[in-house]
Design a protein around this ligand. Structure first.
Ligand code: PLP
Length: 444
């Protein structure tokens, strides 16, 4: 894929300057398809030559990451340290999005031509990216939809149980609340620590809660309140021994973690690639393990729901915004060009540094585990005597840093949450720490 893009670079493109690029941003979709191809080719060429410089280096230094961060389009020095709700698209993804919206404007009939093939290519890429089969991939709109497809599509009788953790996102709880109301299923909540001490604490809490009526565990992989990464592999091993299914709400997982469905052994896995992967908002992933597909009814039915022998039967959704799906493919290409292992390592290195330094600030309580296996790019904490909202406001006003408040005062989970994606530098993390030390001194 990258090779192909490099070949697309022509001599005429060599003169394309930064100013031209800025002009392009204002011109938006007015740029020709050829120009959009050339812009992307030049970006991949840059990533390839950077990689060549760091070929032996599993964990490149800040120079590498600073160079990559130029391929994002942040406005006015914005320091984006919140990948919640939505994250940014890198330039190649935005270009591809524009390109395919433009095709829809100029040649709508292409929807009959190469678009279906392109979408299947994205499904294959997505499958490779998470070590699954294309037959196990449902392209949804978001995590919430994926969670609903599973809660809605499983046969459960009155009194059958679903286990949730106490730190689920509404997108992961309400599908079950609806089923509870309609069919009388039982929801049981299993507490998890802030943070839990180790893998065993989490797995054994769920183990103890399972009864003969338990059908499924529905749990966040990337806990939005605490930044915990739930040990899905160990949880699935335990659950499967007891014939209990597992669905993970991994809204933040794709693009943050080097995912491997076969290794996790999970049955269902829902994610939102526009938080950490750099895809456009409105395109999502639901993985349905081959062996679990017969357990699930499609929620939406049009031609094919009763014919497809694969996860495609869960996706007969009528016409879609194809540009979003194809741009998702570009987001996968962009991360693949850097390397998903490298990305996870960088994200965790920055988060690890942040947590170590936070621990040295008086009054700080970390809500996130310091164990690299149980944490990722989300770090949450609170400071004794300081309102988290004041921290958030100060960081934005003083440094143009975006972080957010998270959690709930009554439940003791209220705090500040910081995301450390690859376009965040050590310098940015240090600015954040500088601001926090100042606030702690002033006790605001
Ligand atoms: C853990 C978790 N689950 C579900 C969601 C909902 O995601 P979406 O709105 O993309 O469906 C979020 C949103 O941030 C989340 O953090």
């Amino acid at each position: 894929m990258i090779e192909l893009k490099q070949r697309e670079v022509t001599d005429s493109f060599k003169g394309f300057s930064r100013r031209d690029f800025v002009k392009y941003l204002f011109a938006g979709s007015a740029l020709s398809l050829a120009t959009l191809n050339k812009l992307n080719a030049s970006i991949y060429q840059n990533v390839t030559s950077l990689n060549q410089k760091y070929i032996e280096d599993e964990s490149p230094d800040g120079v590498y990451w600073d160079a990559l961060s130029k391929h994002f389009l942040f406005k006015d020095g914005l320091i984006m340290m919140n990948n919640g709700t939505v994250g940014p698209m890198p330039k190649p993804v935005f270009n591809t999005l524009m390109k395919y919206f433009r095709i829809q404007v100029t040649n709508p009939f292409d929807v009959y031509n190469f678009i279906p093939r392109k979408k299947e290519e994205v499904r294959t890429k997505l499958a490779q990216f998470i070590n699954a089969s294309p037959d196990e991939i449902v392209i949804t709109r978001n995590t919430t939809e994926g969670m609903n497809f599973v809660a809605n599509g499983l046969d459960m009788k009155e009194g059958d149980e679903v286990l949730l953790s106490t730190m689920e996102h509404p997108g992961g709880t309400h599908p079950w609340r609806l089923k509870e109301k309609r069919f009388g299923i039982k929801i049981k909540e299993v507490p998890i620590g802030l943070p839990p001490k180790n893998v065993d604490e989490i797995v054994s809490a769920f183990d103890k809660a399972i009864t003969p009526r338990t059908k499924i565990i529905s749990i966040s992989h990337t806990v939005f309140i605490s930044g915990l990464i739930v040990p899905l592999k160990e949880l699935c091993q335990m659950a499967h021994e007891k014939d209990v299914l597992v669905i993970a709400d991994s809204a933040h997982g794709i693009g943050m973690l080097d995912l491997n469905m076969k290794e996790l052994g999970i049955d269902f896995f829902a994610s939102s690639p526009y938080k950490w992967l750099g895809a456009p908002t409105g395109v999502g992933l639901l993985y349905v393990r081959k062996e679990a597909q017969d357990e699930l009814w499609p929620t939406i039915a049009s031609s094919g729901w009763d014919r497809h022998e694969s996860a495609r039967k869960f996706e007969t959704l009528g016409q879609r915004a194809d540009a979003l799906t194809i741009a998702l493919g570009e987001a996968l290409d962009f991360q693949n060009a850097i390397g998903k292992r490298r990305i996870e390592r960088r994200i965790k290195t920055l988060a690890g540094y942040l947590k170590r330094e936070l621990n040295n600030i008086p009054g700080v309580k970390l809500h996130t585990s310091q164990d690299f296996y149980l944490s990722g790019g989300l770090t949450a904490f609170s400071v004794k005597g300081i309102d988290p909202q004041n921290i958030v406001n100060y960081m934005r006003e003083k440094y143009n840093i975006v972080v957010r408040t998270i959690g709930n005062k009554e439940k003791g989970t209220y705090g500040v949450r910081v995301s450390t994606h690859i376009y965040v530098s050590l310098k940015h993390v240090n600015l954040f720490l500088e601001g926090l030390r100042h606030l702690v001194k002033r006790k605001v």
